[in-house]
Design a protein around this ligand. Structure first.
Ligand code: CS2
Length: 497
């Protein structure tokens, strides 16, 4: 028996108590993947149950039809499995009204954003979905999707192109309700994600119509947000577990840790749900939260992903059983990342770090190092390189951060220590391949050529001698002695100092 409205009463879980049919759509969400469904959609579901309002979510999948195909027969209901050492808590989420698939029906997607009742367009399209240069935060006009959208702005396929087209239509609908703008809310792990979204949308709009860019500057808000919840990819084992516990089949449940945090800049030009009443923090400045999360959590996550993968750990919790690796990460957090941060009011950075390590130990998530290792070129700048820059400016050490960066390069070489191929998923994978071919196993050439990727490292880091030497030396040791030994020695060496 399949989960759906008709069978909802049979579900052995908490279920939506509000009348889903009577709730209007107020949010269009681009990128309706597991993360959105286990995070923002859950807060919104709680709001709908508590205070109501026309805030149902119309999801948009910019690429494939798989999520829509899985959820449509279930009336877009799905199960959130909250998993921790205490067990598995199931809840059926009802906030998603339906899902549109962009490649199947682009006009319908535009129509959804242009609908004057829609007050927020939110995004989780991952770092690469912004089609930007991650080192500089600027729009990449050479990106094939952006180039195509600029040739034909009426039928866009990039998230930025879709938003600009829809905003143009909102403006052109004339006076009255139709001309109302919507808020653009990025929920991706980018630094100053609201400001970044604003710059990218504005740059695209400038290229199409200067008047439109000015209208956007005047009317559209782009709040920044810090989103945090560990959400591993859904597996068949999870589907089975949910079916057994729920008593109904669910084709695409999502798993998440119990922890969840959402800090939102309270700047919405057309209103918002009462997320503040259901656990989100509405603040005037998200920056300190965002930096803390990107650098401490995502920085250590990526480090555990690259070094952990190379040390033979398939999941983060397995990597957390590796004493030297954990010692290494802890020291990197303490000595080279925390000193770059200003703690948000009321937050203790040491306690925050401890909580992170505890969350990583969650044995029920099976969060794969391979999954986190994806798209490193888009992630490194905000996760590790911002700390590198701040440490260098302050004249402090970057030796541990350099080992993490060397771990990324070692991973991007595409072959593990046993000689097995690593399928490196990254928009820059072709460029990595060319470097690997040229440089072979020469640590000096590898480091120089990888650090010369300006859209990752900017113009400055390839010339920052202490950093270049430390990355080269770490890579040399990894290639000569292995990653396990390099990590253990570095962790030991540093703790002896
Ligand atoms: C992870 C994040 O896949 C990744 O790159 O580091 O998705 C991480 O799990 C979330 O940001 C946690 O909030």
């Amino acid at each position: 028996m399949r989960l759906c409205t008709e069978k909802l009463a049979a579900a052995k879980a908490r279920t939506p108590k509000y009348d889903r049919e009577s709730v209007g759509v107020g949010i269009v969400h681009l990128g309706i993947g597991a993360f959105h469904r286990a995070h923002q959609a859950v807060y919104t579901d709680t709001v709908l149950g508590k205070t109501g309002g026309d805030w149902a979510i119309r999801g948009v999948s910019l690429r494939g039809a798989s999520v829509r195909d899985a959820l449509k027969p279930q009336d877009y209901l799905y199960t959130l499995a909250q998993r921790g050492p205490q067990g598995c808590d199931l809840r059926v989420i009802g906030a998603v009204r339906d899902i549109l698939v962009a490649p199947e029906d682009r006009p319908a997607v535009l129509g959804a954003l242009v609908d004057p009742k829609v007050r927020i367009v939110s995004l989780t399209v991952t770092e690469k979905g912004y089609c930007h240069d991650p080192a500089h935060g600027t729009l990449n006009f050479d990106h094939p999707d952006i180039a195509a959208d600029l040739r034909d702005p009426q039928a866009p396929r990039s998230a930025v192109g879709v938003i600009v087209r829809a905003l143009a239509a909102r403006r052109d609908t004339g006076s009255g309700e139709g001309s109302r703008p919507f808020t653009v809310m990025s929920c991706d792990n980018l630094p100053a994600n609201g400001e970044t979204a604003r710059q990218l949308v504005t740059a695209f709009a400038e290229a199409v119509d200067g008047g439109l860019a000015r209208w956007i500057a005047e009317h559209v808000s782009f709040p920044s947000t810090m989103v945090d919840r560990i959400v591993p990819a859904t597996t068949d084992a999870l589907r089975q577990l949910v079916a057994d516990q729920l008593g109904l089949e669910d084709a695409w449940p999502v798993a998440a840790e119990p922890f969840s945090q959402w800090v939102i800049e309270d700047d919405f030009c057309a209103g918002r749900p009462a997320w503040g009443e259901v656990g989100a923090e509405l603040v005037s400045d998200v920056a300190p939260y965002e930096l803390m999360k990107l650098r401490l959590l995502n920085g250590s996550h990526s480090t555990l992903a690259y070094l952990g993968y190379l040390c033979g750990h398939e999941s983060i919790d397995a990597a957390m059983t590796d004493g030297p690796l954990v010692r290494f990460v802890r020291r990197m957090l303490d000595e080279e990342i925390s000193p770059t941060l200003r703690a948000p009011v009321g937050v203790d950075l040491d306690a925050y770090q401890e909580t992170l390590l505890e969350r990583y130990r969650n044995p029920t998530l099976g969060h794969r190092t391979y999954q986190i290792a994806m798209d490193g070129s888009q992630k490194l700048p905000q996760r590790l390189l911002g700390s590198v820059r701040d440490q260098l400016i302050a004249g402090r050490s970057v030796d541990l951060l350099a080992v993490a960066v060397a771990g990324w390069i070692r991973y991007a070489m595409g072959v593990d220590e046993r000689g097995n191929t690593i399928e490196v998923m990254d928009p820059l994978a072709d460029r990595f391949g060319a470097i690997n071919k040229r440089a072979g196993r020469d640590a000096g050439r590898l480091a120089a050529d990888y650090l010369a990727l300006k859209d990752v490292f900017g113009e400055d880091l390839a010339a920052a001698q202490p950093f270049v030497s430390a990355v080269t030396e770490a890579l040399r040791r990894m290639l000569a002695e292995g990653v396990v030994a390099t990590v253990a020695d570095t962790a030991g060496q540093v703790s002896a100092n």
